[in-house]
Design a protein around this ligand. Structure first.
Ligand code: 5GP
Ligand code: ZN
Length: 114
């Protein structure tokens, strides 16, 4: 997708601080962190939102889950606890229209979010 920021990050056209990469997924630090650890996990394939992953491709979601487990261990947030967030669509507060999971930790997180 030509105008998608996260596709550009995946291609390396926009720099990012990478935390994890494989053939299906890239994880990098959020440019405007909301917590001491704030990593974005994106699929390399462009899906605009959570709702756009077809049933036949849902194995990517379990792969993302596994990657997040690894990131939580590597960044040291697995013991204290952390949060995984997907913002979907306008009322969900999604700004970048390329599916991504926020991984937040390193401080006490309040609930519910705003
Ligand atoms: P959303 O509101 O779409 O769920 O979250 C988008 C996130 O992407 C925000 O937390 C924002 O700080 C982050 N972000 C937007 N542009 C960039 C960028 O160019 N680089 C990085 N590393 N993060 C970005
Ligand atoms: Zn994209």
């Amino acid at each position: 997708m030509e105008d998608c920021i996260f596709c550009k990050i995946v291609k390396g056209d926009i720099p990012s601080t990478k935390v994890y990469e494989d053939d299906k997924v890239l994880a990098f630090k959020d440019i405007n962190p909301a917590a001491p650890v704030h990593v974005l996990v994106v699929t390399k394939k462009h899906y605009p939102t959570f709702m756009d992953v077809p049933e036949s491709e849902l194995e990517i979601v379990s792969h993302v889950h596994k990657v997040i487990q690894q990131i939580a261990k590597d960044t040291g947030i697995s013991e204290g606890g952390f949060r995984v967030v997907n913002n979907c669509g306008e009322q969900g507060g999604q700004e970048v229209k390329h599916i991504h999971y926020h991984v937040l930790g390193g401080r006490n997180l309040t609930w519910p979010p705003g």
